[in-house]
Design a protein. Structure first.
Ligand code: NAD
Ligand code: DAU
Length: 331
């Protein structure tokens, strides 16, 4: 099998490529990535000689067609992925997440290639903190931010191309990932690298917002389960029952790194900040027999702290520009 991985130089995509090369030696991997500020070819160094890397834009129909025509499967991770950036400048989100997905769909339609679309639980909006409910595949779409609304749009395009044109597609909507190779703009790496730099972690608003954490290896094993056993045209929600509020995560990071648990600052809130995400992954578990392997969040967090401590050369080049952007936002 030959798979085209879009966004394979980003956080989840690069971990997907590592996992695929490690566990599926019969799968040939080509990566298509534009190497935006969020992509880093060095994330693929460990597998460099086992894959093909193409630098290019998913919104460019020519490069997309030239690669899609030679593969059996496209796994589509490429996106503008950060909510805070989307509040500052939404256009790259519309271009990559909507137009880029459209160009890929047209190419897989032309060449009858199987398509798996990576999406987010944020398309469902948010839940109250004290609501026992979780997101299910039946939850109505209700995105809050420019980022999540463009991801919702891309999901709807995939559904339409599957129904109207018979594109062989599946969709997964996953909760918050953590693990190695995540950009330092994101919550967990930002706080770990702040502590390494002697800077106090920064919690938005009251710190009460809840995210449903899943290790990136578990997200990617679920993606393979859907590719191999999922029903075409279906949506699967991926989550590992990892709900934590942001304050607890920061306290854990501080404790793991030998700092007082209250050595953080509350900063101004993100506009429209979603309160809580929570995934009901029953369909994925019961229909496809998937289960997470990294269920101990604290152990996964310790390993992630250790990874950032050991890989400063990887993240250091991102850090100043990221903090300069946050300084402009007052966060
Ligand atoms: P990321 O920002 O770390 O990586 C995105 C990658 O896409 C980068 O390598 C970037 O260079 C590339 N890219 C961006 N625009 C491109 C374009 N126009 N053409 C080609 N490549 C382009 O993102 P991530 O956190 O790894 O997220 C990957 C996917 O998973 C996204 O679709 C995101 O919506 C989804 N997702 C993320 C999470 C999470 O917690 N991070 C959770 C659920 C779903
Ligand atoms: O739920 C899946 C989504 O998870 C993905 O679709 C997105 O691509 C991914 O970025 C993530 O979105 P969030 O907005 O939840 O992630 P982020 O890391 O930006 O923030 C996590 C929580 O931490 C959120 O409640 C905001 C808060 N936060 C974030 C930063 C960067 C802080 O309190 N302080 C911070 O410095």
């Amino acid at each position: 099998m030959h798979v085209l991985v879009t966004g394979g130089a980003g956080f989840i995509g690069s971990n997907f490529v590592h996992q695929t090369v490690r566990e599926r030696p019969d799968v040939q991997v080509t990566v298509l990535d534009a190497l935006t500020y969020a992509g880093d070819e060095r994330s693929l160094d460990p597998v460099e000689r086992k894959i093909v890397f193409a630098k290019g834009d998913i919104a460019d129909p020519d490069i997309v067609d030239s690669l899609v025509k030679d593969v059996d499967l496209v796994v589509h991770f490429a996106a503008e992925s950060h909510n805070d950036n989307s509040l500052h400048d939404p256009w790259p989100f519309l271009r990559t997440n909507i137009i880029g997905t459209y160009q890929l769909l047209e190419a897989v339609r032309r060449h009858d290639v199987r398509f798996h679309h990576i999406s987010t639980d944020e398309v469902y909006g948010d839940l109250e903190l004290d609501d026992p409910a979780k997101f299910t595949p039946e939850t109505p779409y209700n995105p809050s931010s420019p980022y999540s609304s463009t991801k919702a749009a891309s999901d709807l395009l995939v559904r339409a191309w599957a129904r109207s044109f018979g594109v062989r597609a599946t969709i997964s909507n996953c909760s918050n990932n953590y693990g190695p190779f995540q950009h330092v703009e994101k919550f967990i790496p930002r706080q770990i690298t702040n502590v390494i730099d002697g800077v106090r972690p920064k919690l938005y608003g009251s710190g009460e917002n809840v995210r449903d954490w899943i290790h990136v290896e578990d997200h990617n094993s679920a993606v393979w389960a859907i590719i191999e056993r999922g029903r075409l045209g279906e949506t699967y929600l991926i989550g590992a029952d990892g709900e934590e509020n942001n304050k607890t995560v920061v306290e854990d990071i501080l404790e793991i790194m030998g700092q007082p648990a209250d050595a953080y600052d509350l900063v101004s809130d993100r506009p429209g900040h979603d309160l809580r995400y929570a995934i009901d992954s029953t369909k994925l578990r019961e229909e496809l027999g998937w289960a997470p392997r990294y269920e101990n969040f604290r152990a996964g967090l310790e390993a992630t702290v250790a990874w950032y401590q050991a890989n400063e050369a990887w993240w250091r080049p991102q850090k100043d520009a990221t903090e300069a952007k946050y300084a402009q936002l007052g966060r």
